[in-house]
Design a protein around this ligand. Sequence first.
Ligand code: PTJ
Length: 246
Amino acid sequence: MGEKEIPQSHPRYNSLMQRARIEKGVRLGITHLQGLIAQGRGEAYDYLLGERTIASAREAIRAAAAQLLIASHPVLSVNGNVAALCPEAIAELSNELNCAVETNLFYSGDERKRKIVEHMKKYGVDLLGVGAEKKIPSLDSKRAAVSEEGIWKADVVFVPLEDGDRTEALCAMGKKVIVVDLSPRSRSARKADICIVDNVVRCVPLLIEEIHMLKNENSESLQKIVSSFSNKRNLRESLNFMKKQL
Ligand code: PTJ
């Protein structure tokens, strides 16, 4: 079913829309086939959240907003699932932060990268990442390629649906890493400085709102928000919420 055929009255409208977007992403060649599996895994966790943004995720979103506002060179990383699911919100977030956006993929493919660049152009985003010239240490070559003006230089990287290895490697480079992952048990969730346990589709618009709200705060109070955030505690709260749902 295509996006336009899904009736808004359908009780599972949002979930069906996401499926339709991912399916279209695969057809357009921007989303890897494995992206379908990742979406299914995400859906299962989202079900346990009641498909809504829970209080602990809101706290993580606030910390992420503060961390991005403090950053001197924040960068947003986009993969095949994110490009398909919420290109509009990524475009808005990059405008809000006036920051670079880079395509960085788990399943390598220069052709797919080029398609993602073309796709994001339609939303007004000029992506970095094609012909990336720098290498993240300790990752295998293709996955390690990052752009000098993007992730390489970044002090804060926002990487929705990231893998644990890269999260760890980026942290080891001294960067602050913010991930979005519906699974609080995933390695990237545990390795990140801030993990937002929420659906990327709901989380990015809320992150933009929070950035609006915190924009005029001074760096001291932003730093306070970041310092008082504990990723470990926050993940435990998300997991406890899910357990109760069961
Ligand atoms: O485009 P590429 O090559 O970079 O590949 C992207 C995927 C996502 C296919 C790749 O990174 C992958 O296989 O990821 P994993 O290991 O399946 O992990 C994806 C994580 O994202 C899982 O923990 C899912 O629960 C979570 N997830 C899936 N969909 C969403 C999500 N988290 C937030 N929002 C979602 N919509």
